[in-house]
Design a binder for this molecule. Structure first.
Ligand SMILES: [Zn+2]
Ligand SMILES: [Zn+2]
Length: 164
């Protein structure tokens, strides 16, 4: 593969209104500093830039369409079950590649790279996790209450649980 020069990369960034801040360019997998159209500073790999990734701060604030969001989820092997996108903090219902249902905000999924909480082992769908939360809050163990919470996680997750 042809090695790209810093100048070439700078031109590609400029076409999109991005300024390149790094003064060295090693390869397309090394993160380089940039400033976006909206004057956010961030880092991106040229490889990702080429694939269409842009400033993550813009991605978190700019209104996306449900189609764009769905497409990105699908690229990651996730099925998006929500059919409305409100904002980057709004919760979206997904099915992960292993078939778990859950909710995540676009901001977390895209900008922080967070994925399925069940796969990560810290989901409220995990009974042990809920039991621990109850213990912390001083609520006595009650299997029915826990079951209610696991079901509720799928139907309507209270925001304060998700943010923990
Ligand atoms: Zn930006
Ligand atoms: Zn999963």
């Amino acid at each position: 593969m042809k090695r790209l020069t810093l100048e070439y990369v700078r031109q590609q960034f400029a076409k999109e209104g991005y300024s390149l801040l790094s003064s060295v360019y090693l390869n397309s997998w090394t993160k380089i500093d940039f400033e976006c159209l909206n004057k956010h500073r961030g880092q991106i790999r040229y490889e990702d830039f080429k694939q269409g990734y842009r400033c993550s701060k813009c991605a978190g604030t700019k209104k996306k369409t449900i189609e764009e969001v769905k497409e990105f989820f699908e690229q990651q092997g996730y099925e998006l079950l929500s059919d409305e996108y409100v904002n980057s903090g709004g919760l979206l219902v997904y099915r992960c590649p292993k078939g778990h249902l859950g909710k995540i905000s676009w901001g977390r999924f895209f900008s922080t790279g967070q994925r399925c909480a069940v796969c990560a082992g810290n989901s409220p769908q995990n009974i042990e996790y809920i039991r621990q939360q109850f213990e912390k809050m001083g609520i006595p163990y009650c299997p029915q209450l826990i079951l209610m919470c696991t079901l509720n996680w799928i139907i309507d997750v209270p925001k304060d649980i998700v943010d923990k």
